[in-house]
Ligand binder design. Structure first.
Ligand SMILES: [Zn+2]
Length: 316
């Protein structure tokens, strides 16, 4: 599924391709893509004659802003947009076509058919599903170490599923959560309430840096992702842990392991991302029954200080 960097890349290319074009008519051949209004004919009628002004993004959703309407589009697993001339053959799995007055058309193709489109009046989209319950934008200035800690810091569940939950922070999926947790040196199975203040700061920096660099690289082309012009992203070459199970960690040389956390395949370097003092002690030192006192200076603290978050990030 495309995550924030891929959707942001689609947004940028789509803006270049379609801003300023006027929709003459719309063809829908797979009604279930259209979620709002209920009838695809009504969807087509509402869009006819509208001019596309710009394309914005909220989380993993595209907001195609038209004059006096907003089209909210989610690509889900494999949705793709492309601009074509009317005389070009329509490819298989093309489900929605926006025919423009200038003889071009925007085609929406979706092999898996999970994508969705909703139409709203401007502003209304933020009050209704699917956008109304979305959390903070991680590339927004309101996203700070403090806002991250306030949002998640008291939760007793594992950090990885919390970061994947779009109600808290939007845009992160399986790839970038694994990458950000590695960059921050935090094990995905740590529960949020065990993270120290400096770890929240490192996690915040890692999320912003990881997403920022991935946006610059045009996203990661894993499986079928391409941007609106059919170009692949390049960030997959910079991935540190995702998809690298059994390969050596680029920071310490240990083997990257893969396990399942919260139902999702999860990539970890257990040396760079220790699971934590108490659990290690519980696993290895059950006999004495005594956990090291907080702040006793053993273990992670000194190591982390000598292990700056982003130093090794982005190696090819
Ligand atoms: Zn490592």
């Amino acid at each position: 599924m495309p995550e924030l960097p891929e959707v942001e890349t689609v947004r940028r290319t789509l803006t270049e391709l379609v801003a300023g074009r006027t929709i003459e008519r719309v063809t829908v051949t797979l009604p279930r893509i259209i979620q709002r209004p209920a009838e695809p004919e009504q969807f087509a009628d509402m869009l006819a004659g509208r001019r596309i002004e710009t394309v914005e993004r909220r989380g993993k959703f595209l907001r195609i802003v038209l004059d006096e309407l907003v089209l909210v589009s989610h690509l889900r697993m494999e949705g793709r947009y492309g601009l074509y001339r009317t005389d070009e053959p329509v490819e298989k799995h093309t489900h929605v076509i926006f025919h423009f007055t200038d003889g071009t058309e925007l085609r929406y193709k979706d092999v898996r058919q999970f994508g969705t489109m909703h139409i709203f009046l401007p502003g209304e989209e933020f009050m209704c599903p699917p956008l109304n319950k979305l959390g903070i934008e991680p590339l927004d200035e309101l996203f700070t170490p403090e806002s991250l800690r306030c949002t998640l810091g008291r939760r007793t569940t594992k950090i990885k599923p919390l970061l994947l939950n779009q109600q808290y922070i939007v845009g992160l999926g399986n790839i970038y959560v694994d990458e950000a947790l590695f960059a921050a040196g935090i094990h995905p199975e740590r529960t949020a309430d065990t993270l120290k203040k400096d770890e929240w700061s490192r996690l915040h920096a890692a999320i912003v840096e990881t997403l920022g660099r991935a946006v610059e690289a045009g996203g990661s082309s894993i499986k079928s992702y391409v941007n609106g012009q059919g170009e692949v992203g390049l960030f997959q070459y910079s991935l540190q842990v995702y998809g690298r199970e059994e390969e050596p960690c680029r920071r310490c040389g240990s083997v990257i392991s893969k396990s399942v956390v919260g139902g999702r395949g999860t990539h970890v370097c257990i040396k760079c991302q220790p699971l934590g003092r108490s659990r290690r002690a519980a696993a290895g030192k059950l006999s004495d029954g005594v956990l090291p006192a907080p702040g006793s200076g053993k273990g992670r603290k000194g190591k982390q200080a000598a292990n700056p978050v982003m130093k090794h990030f982005g190696n090819p």
